[in-house]
Write a protein that binds this ligand. Structure first.
Ligand code: ATP
Ligand code: MG
Length: 283
C-alpha cells in the first residue's frame, strides 16, 4: 500500500484529486477524513496542510506527496522531486511600491522585506550578497508596505493582479513553481513499482490536456499537403473513404492550433473536419 499526501483544502486540493481520478484512481468525493483508501488502486490518501507535506514525505510517513515546489524548497527537507504536474503554476517574486525607482537586487540592502518564504528569500539574498531584514509573516503579505510594516514583499505571484491592487510592482522573479510529485528518498522496490504506474498514468493524463482528436477528409492528391499541415505525434492514421479518390486523416492536434490548421486544410480542399475531445492519451 502506497501512502500519498495531498493538501486537505486550498488551491492544490481539487486539482490533485482530479489528477488522481483522471488517472483512474477512485477517491471518494466527500471523504474528508485524514486518511482514506482508494477502492481500486493500492494507495491510501493522507490529507494535510501543504506546509507539512515535505516533512511527512521526507521522513517516510507518506511515501509520496503532491505539493507546490515552493513549499518543497522553503521547508528544505530531503525529498525526491519525481515529476512536475503542470498545475498550481506561480512564481515567487520581490515587489516594492510601484513609484520607487529600482536598480537591481542591491536596492534591498538594509530594507525590510515581509514574506512567508524566509528560507528561499534568505538563500537568494545570500547568493546576491545582499543584507536585508527579512520579516516572516504568515499571511496578507501584500499589505505590509502600505501599513508601514515593510519596504517590500516577497510572495507568490500568478497574474500579478494582487500586486497591482496593492500599489506594488514586481521587480525580481526568484523562482517558478508548480505542483510536483515528491517521494521519500530510497523507497523500496515494491513501492517504487506502484509509483512508476502512477507516474506513467499522470504522464498520460497530462499529455492529453490541451489536445483534440481531428478527423478530416481530403482528396487523395492533397494527402501530402494535408500531412504537412497536421504533423502528428508519430504518423497520422490514413484511411480510404468509400468515395474513391478521398481519404480520411486522423490526428492528435493541440487545441490552440485547431482553427489555424482547419483554415489551411479547407484552403487545400479538405472537407468535413471533425474535432473530438480526447480523454486519455496512453503511450
Ligand atoms: P494550507 O492550508 O494547506 O497550508 P495554504 O494557504 O498555505 O494552504 P494555498 O493558498 O492553498 O496554500 O496554496 C497552495 C499552493 O498553491 C501554493 O504553495 C502554491 O504552490 C500554489 N499557489 C498559491 N497561489 C497560487 C496562485 N495564485 N496561482 C497558482 N498557484 C498558486
Ligand atoms: Mg500552507
Amino acid at each position: 500500500m502506497l501512502r500519498i499526501a495531498l493538501q486537505s483544502k486550498g488551491r492544490l486540493n481539487e486539482k490533485s484529486l482530479s489528477l488522481l481520478r483522471d488517472a483512474g484512481i477512485a477517491v471518494e468525493e466527500s471523504d474528508r477524513r485524514l486518511l482514506s483508501r482508494s477502492s481500486n488502486f493500492p494507495v491510501e490518501i493522507l490529507y494535510l496542510r501543504d506546509d507539512d507535506i515535505p516533512q511527512t514525505v521526507s521522513c517516510g510517513i507518506a511515501d509520496v506527496g503532491i505539493v507546490g515546489l515552493n513549499e518543497v524548497r522553503e521547508r528544505g527537507f530531503e525529498v525526491e522531486v519525481m515529476q512536475h504536474l503542470g498545475f498550481g503554476k506561480c512564481r515567487l517574486s520581490l515587489a516594492i511600491p510601484k513609484d520607487i525607482p529600482y536598480d537591481g537586487p542591491e536596492y534591498f540592502n538594509g530594507k525590510r522585506i515581509a514574506t512567508s518564504y524566509p528560507g528561499i528569500l534568505g538563500a537568494y539574498f545570500k547568493e546576491k550578497n545582499v543584507q536585508c531584514d527579512i520579516r516572516e509573516i504568515a499571511g496578507s503579505v501584500e499589505i505590509s508596505p502600505s501599513i508601514g510594516l515593510a519596504d517590500g514583499i516577497f510572495d507568490i505571484v500568478s497574474s500579478g493582479g494582487t500586486l497591482i491592487q496593492n500599489g506594488l510592482a514586481e521587480v525580481e522573479k526568484v523562482m517558478d513553481s508548480d505542483a510536483v510529485l515528491i517521494g521519500t528518498p530510497g523507497l523500496p522496490e515494491d513501492k517504487l513499482s506502484v509509483v512508476r504506474i502512477l507516474q506513467s498514468r499522470f504522464t498520460s493524463v497530462l499529455r492529453s490536456k490541451g489536445k483534440k482528436y481531428m478527423l478530416v477528409n481530403v482528396p487523395n492528391e492533397k494527402i501530402d499537403e494535408a500531412l504537412a499541415i497536421i504533423p502528428s505525434m508519430k504518423s497520422p492514421t490514413l484511411l480510404p473513404l468509400a468515395d474513391k479518390g478521398w481519404s480520411a486523416i486522423h490526428a492528435v492536434v493541440d487545441e490552440s492550433e485547431i482553427w489555424d490548421k482547419a483554415d489551411r486544410l479547407k484552403k487545400i480542399g479538405a472537407e468535413d473536419i471533425l474535432i473530438l475531445s480526447m480523454e486519455k492519451l496512453i503511450i
